[in-house]
Design a protein around this ligand. Structure first.
Ligand code: CU
Length: 284
């Protein structure tokens, strides 16, 4: 059992190493088989929990496999022509009840700890309001004067070098690193879901409701996510791009964004800068 657990751990380590070698921060990689790299403490904890679960699952599978092999080899008709008539064994029956309970408790404790970390939002340094639309996201910064903007997919023909296809957007959400960012998520039409894998965040965007989540990004970079609730025709074409920068860069961006996105929404409820709408529409 111990050897099996060690083997499982080694297997998991090899898998992680190979995935990490290919992975580019904040986005999926070809042939990736593991979770995306962690950019927040929550996602680091999800990684740890995932390793624990895979190790336990692998150990159980190997244990059952060993038992099956023993049964097949030792107790087939040729090796064991006169079968035993035993039908009860108190010790084994207690063990196969107690051991699974202990395994479930061992899983439950870190699981609840992780849920607590995800659901208890620390005192926020910055709040960003996220609204899902068919089929784009809009973002507002109530702490910085309440400016906001829409964020549309960049059409394939308009991609700049380094921009990932179907993930890059015209207006990225910019946030500072090492700050507790609270997101308040809602939707204007149907249910969407705001999900960024490397943050460990996935939260439904419901019309008429305000859902909250949080993340604290520890490394600068651009992190991509997608709508994760089937929301209609262009569900696959409303990506999320979050650019994490230093606090100084964030303040500079706010000053410039305030001017750029100054004008209020137009009559259709869209923010002023919907100029790239046409470009996004031709992506399909
Ligand atoms: Cu959606």
């Amino acid at each position: 059992m111990r050897d099996a657990a060690l083997a499982a751990g080694a297997f998991a380590a090899v898998m992680f190493a190979s995935a990490a070698a290919h992975a580019q921060m904040g986005q999926p990689a070809p042939w990736q088989i593991n979770l995306q790299d962690a950019a927040t403490p929550v996602m680091e904890n999800i990684h740890t929990f995932n390793v624990l679960l895979i190790s336990i699952i692998t150990a159980i599978v190997l244990f059952v496999l060993v038992l099956l092999v023993i049964v097949v080899v030792r107790f087939n008709e040729r090796a064991n022509p006169v079968p035993s008539k035993t039908s009860h064994n108190t010790m084994i029956e207690v063990a196969w009840t107690v051991v699974p309970v202990l395994i479930l408790v061992a899983i439950a404790i870190p699981s609840f700890r992780l849920l607590h970390l995800e659901l208890n939002i620390p005192k926020p340094d910055l709040t960003v309001k996220v609204t899902g639309h068919q089929w784009y996201w809009s973002y507002e910064y109530p702490d910085n004067g309440g400016f906001g903007f829409d964020s549309y997919l960049v059409a394939e023909k308009d991609l700049k070098p380094g921009q990932p296809r179907l993930l890059a957007v015209d207006n990225e959400v910019v946030v500072p690193i090492n700050k507790n960012i609270r997101i308040q998520v809602t939707a204007a039409d149907v249910i969407h879901s705001f999900a960024v894998p490397s943050f460990g965040v996935k939260i439904d965007a419901m019309p008429g409701r305000l859902n909250e989540s949080w993340f604290k990004i520890t490394r600068e970079g651009v992190y991509y996510g997608q709508c994760s609730e089937l929301c209609g025709r262009d569900h696959a074409f409303m990506p999320i791009a979050v650019r994490a920068v230093s606090e100084a860069d964030f303040n500079a961006w706010v000053a410039q964004a305030k001017a750029k996105f100054a004008s209020a929404r137009d009559a259709e409820g869209k923010f002023a800068d919907a100029s790239t709408l046409e470009g996004a529409a031709t992506a399909r």
